[in-house]
Design a protein around this ligand. Structure first.
Ligand SMILES: Cc1ncc(COP(=O)(O)O)c(C=O)c1O
Length: 397
């Protein structure tokens, strides 16, 4: 590998929510056990060197006043989507800055709906969608993903259509790839969903923050590419933050082909007078979307796939159930059988993991009844350490 995904970096005291927050936990791990961060969705890898180089170069110039985003910034985005996602005809006018993907999702929902409206979302559900939609006064209507005979999460089209009709739904918040299931939607699946949306005039807010983190052998298809209706009725949200581990820098962007939708979302985004890019975020994106960024992500995806395979096989050996994530770096683990067999509650199981520093995320806020969400974006040696601790001190056969 050209890039370093092996080194274990000490993030303690370096502004890492994944670590620092946990040391403030009222009940820290047992004496002597360090925290292995496998919860919040960020990575414990050093980012792509061209990003830090671009930022360092900018730091050398000592003025940081008001600025306008450069052509280089917008052209870098166009280049990335053309090369990685096979997008054609993407122009500067289709792009807009957003202060984070979740904020962009909510700006889009707000631009297209009135408070109290019903919004269609798939379940299990990214915790951020649930929190923000509730906070903004929307009625969340869930359509549950169903496991097929091959243990793959699928959309339930009949259920989606029924709920759209019953609740007069005109906005769907769509997650592609899907957090937490890790599904990378196939073209036919997107087409089928879009046909239903078109039939009932549903606008789609497509959160594609995970679109670069794809297991080798799978392919991300932008929602907007599947039909003319999709192109003109979808507000798509993207970022470098998940791909390159830059969440602390803040920054994302939308792609919107319809002028009507652009006007609506730009107006909504402007209301706070707060939706403006940070100069470092701009230079980080330019550094990320260089040719080296493509190589870095390709290598990262290999490391993530290997980590997923390791963790999945390890947990399956103890009777946990899960599907193979086709994208993301998250395992959404069903602990129902394990908890029943060993007469342990999901709370106690997670507490036991935590006692030995293995910090995973409760799956219940994602609508899983007895689930754990596990982030494997850590160096392989640290993942092995987590498995060793679980094997020796936490899990039973
Ligand atoms: C699906 C999804 N959307 C949005 C976000 C948050 O993005 P941002 O930090 O840009 O708001 C996350 C973070 O995990 C996510 O998983």
């Amino acid at each position: 590998m050209k890039y370093d995904f092996e080194s274990i970096i000490d993030r303690k005291g370096h502004d890492a929510w994944a670590i620092d927050d946990l040391y403030d936990d009222p009940t820290p791990p047992k004496e002597g056990w360090s925290v292995i961060p496998m919860w919040v969705a960020d990575m414990s890898f050093a980012t792509c060197p061209t990003i830090t180089e671009a930022m360092a170069e900018r730091v050398k110039h000592p003025c940081f006043g008001y600025f306008r985003t450069s052509d280089e910034y917008w052209n870098s985005i166009i280049d990335w989507h053309t090369k990685r996602n096979g997008v054609t005809g993407l122009e500067r006018k289709h792009l807009g800055y957003e202060n984070g993907v979740l904020g962009g999702v909510m700006a889009a929902v707000n631009a297209l709906s009135a408070r109290g409206d019903s919004i269609l979302v798939h379940s299990p559900t990214y915790i951020g969608f649930t929190g923000c939609l509730e906070n903004n006064g929307y009625n969340i209507v869930l359509s549950e993903l169903k496991l097929d005979e091959n243990n793959i999460y699928r959309m339930d089209y009949e259920d989606m259509e029924k709920k759209i009709k019953e609740n007069n739904i005109h906005v769907c918040v769509f997650c592609s790839p899907h957090n937490p299931s890790g599904r990378v939607w196939e073209k036919e699946e997107l087409e089928k969903a879009m046909a239903i949306f078109e039939k009932h005039h549903v606008y789609v807010v497509s959160d594609e923050i995970w679109s670069d983190l794809i297991r080798p052998g799978y392919k991300h298809i932008p929602t907007q590419l599947v039909s003319e209706y999709a192109r003109m009725h979808t507000i798509a949200q993207y970022a470098t933050t998940k791909t390159f581990n830059l969440a602390g820098l803040i920054g994302s962007y939308h792609i919107v082909y319809s002028k009507y939708l652009r006007d609506r979302i730009d107006k909504e985004g402007s209301l706070s007078h707060y939706n403006d890019i940070n100069v470092f975020s701009q230079h980080a994106l330019i550094g990320a979307y260089k040719p080296e960024g493509h190589e870095w992500v390709d290598e990262l995806n290999q490391v993530l796939a290997s980590n997923i395979d390791t963790m999945k096989a390890f947990l399956e050996g103890y009777g946990f159930k899960m599907t193979l994530p086709q994208g993301t770096y998250l395992l959404y683990v069903d602990a129902t059988d394990y908890c029943e067999k060993h007469h342990i509650s999901i709370d106690d199981l997670q507490k036991k993991m935590w006692d030995y520093g293995v910090s995973t995320q409760d799956g219940r806020p994602f609508h899983g009844s007895c689930h754990i969400r596990i982030n494997v974006a850590i160096p392989p040696a640290l993942l092995k350490e987590a498995c060793d601790r679980l094997e020796k001190y936490v899990l039973e056969k």
